[in-house]
Design a protein around this ligand. Sequence first.
Ligand code: SAM
Ligand code: PRE
Length: 252
Amino acid sequence: MNKDTLFSVPIDQLGDWTFDEKVADVFPDMIKRSVPGYSNIITMIGMLAARTVTKESNIYDLGCSLGEASLAIRQAISGHFSTQTDGVRIIAVDNSKAMVDKCQQRVRGYLSNVEIDVLEADINHIEITNASVVVLNLTLQFIQPQLRLALIKKIYAGLIPGGVLILSEKIRFEDPLLDELLFNMHHDFKRANGYSELEISQKRSMLDNVMIPDSLFTHENRFKEAGFSHYTQWFQCFNFSSFIAFKDRETA
Ligand SMILES: C[S@@+](CC[C@H](N)C(=O)[O-])C[C@H]1O[C@@H](n2cnc3c(N)ncnc32)[C@H](O)[C@@H]1O
Ligand SMILES: O=C(O)C(=O)C[C@]1(C(=O)O)C=C[C@@H](O)C=C1
């Protein structure tokens, strides 16, 4: 695994964050050292998918990066937890060419009866149909805020009855004291994982205009407004959280 040292020396013009070739090259190391609970969330996404997947349905991994969630899902649904894999297709989507190219190579490296199709596309413009599981793992925070509700509505419409949306995000807190504390603890986590003050601050200013976290309240209201009636937060570590939202079994 290539070590993330991208921001370890001063950069003259920082510019906005992009998921380019350099980020894709170090992404597995970067995400594990930056997101508290990342590996647990990935494993649990597999377990949640195994519980919810149904035969002849689609599973979407939106903003898939290198396909970590897709691979965990494929492993979990192919194993002894589930026998529901006939006609199941995993569709992994990202709009970064660097990520998609690497993700395609990666998924080809494993043999399985469940196909993973990796598509280079903007998730705001793709169709979502016949979905038993949709994953947005740390992706919605990069979508322009004014497009987020439409995306969650599209996902709701594309889910089959009983289907699940798994949404993981960095979150902000309405209470300033808690917001500051959990923000600082996240930075302590990065320091403990070997990132310097320079690395933390340069990355932070690049992410500033591009990654815009919502509050728990905003996420829950959005689920409700999109049509979901069963949703809960199932994971939190500092200011990172994951939610599940189910479409009613009775909904046609
Ligand atoms: C933090 S990464 C997601 C991590 C990944 N889901 C995982 O579990 O390892 C965010 C990803 O979302 C992708 N992304 C951002 N906006 C997108 C869009 N509009 N359409 C498709 N992908 C997008 C980025 O290219 C990036 O790979
Ligand atoms: O909030 C931060 O400082 C982060 O590093 C978070 C985050 C993310 O949540 O996607 C940002 C960019 C990279 O993809 C890895 C981690």
